[in-house]
Ligand binder design. Sequence first.
Ligand code: ADP
Length: 396
Amino acid sequence: MWTLVLNCGSSSVKFALLDPTSGEVRLSGLAERLGSGAASVRVDRGGERVTHPLPGGSYPEAFGVLLSELGALGVRGDVGAVGHRVVHGGERFSAPALVTPEVLEAIRACVPLAPLHNPANLAGIEAAREAFPDLPHVAVFDTAFHQTIPEVAYRYAVPEAWYTQHGVRRYGFHGTSHAFVSGEAARMLGRDLSDVNLVTAHLGNGCSVTAVRGGRSVDTSMGLTPLEGVVMGTRSGDVDPGLHDFLARQAGLSLGEITAALNKESGLLGLSNLTNDMRELEEAASRGHAGARLAVDVFVYRLAKTIAGMSVALGRLDGLVFTGGIGENSAGVRAATLGRLGVLGFEVDKAANAQAVRGQAGFITTPQSTPALVVNTNEELMIARETARILQGEHA
Ligand code: ADP
């Protein structure tokens, strides 16, 4: 049975048709610039790539193209379910959920927590239910994996009423990726997931670090929003909460302007004044660009500090996982991070680390070191698996 996985953003839909058991991908692609006159959808059918214009620029139009592509492949009748990525499930969802009117209402109730993402996810689910009315739809939440984090790690030291009345607490994100790579890492370590303590570092445009004890998230670096934690492409990560008041007074900036700058003009981009792209930064740093060098150094320092902090949540550290575009490809970031983590018993194997690029998973530390490994994340496959799991449970 094929599962269609959809990730609906405000102006894009990423999709993939895959087999949750084998991981085989039959069709994948991306609809972009939705809501504008320049919208288009790119479809990859196993090596062959086509692009269709979407003059209406809407979700229904994009799903119409997807339906005709499935028809042309002769697989429309073999699609058994649709799995949707949903960013915020609040405290309500600690697992994926079969989409029902009640579940849609609960996702809507989480909109204040993710005002940019949840409305787009909802609109995508509603349009997909109209396009695929005969299929079960499952919502898989970015936050759900982190609902096992204990109160001591998820509460902020702020007035209690902020938590009880407004839900101000740490939620965490990237849960699908952290869950997937912990399973893969346990397998590569030859250990049972329930018996292994890992730190997983998902380093893409957004970056987060999670402590996973026995397959359960027990702490993570992102918080109420995806802005907290380590340095990211354009997001600042942790700053002094006094910064807002200071900048409002000193620079006359509004709250909205400060928040936008912390999300879109900070991180690697803000530090380097050059780019948010780690590959370009590494090249510029090697040519002597001081801002690029500083950006990479701050990124690595803060990452190492966060990984060391996460070990507190675990007690015993059995392995460190690097994943995401930077984690899977940047041997430089990995080596520099491990170089700062000698205190946790890490020692990089330079040759193995240099080899673990371009999708090559594997160990990157010496035999006597605490193990560190590169794992290729696969959020689509995880969403497809979770979708299948929920449907099996539903039918049991
Ligand atoms: P997203 O979070 O949008 O899915 P990715 O996981 O693709 O993003 O990660 C994007 C990041 O990965 C960018 O900073 C990019 O520069 C970095 N990256 C990709 N390939 C390399 C590479 N070969 N060396 C260093 N960084 C890389």
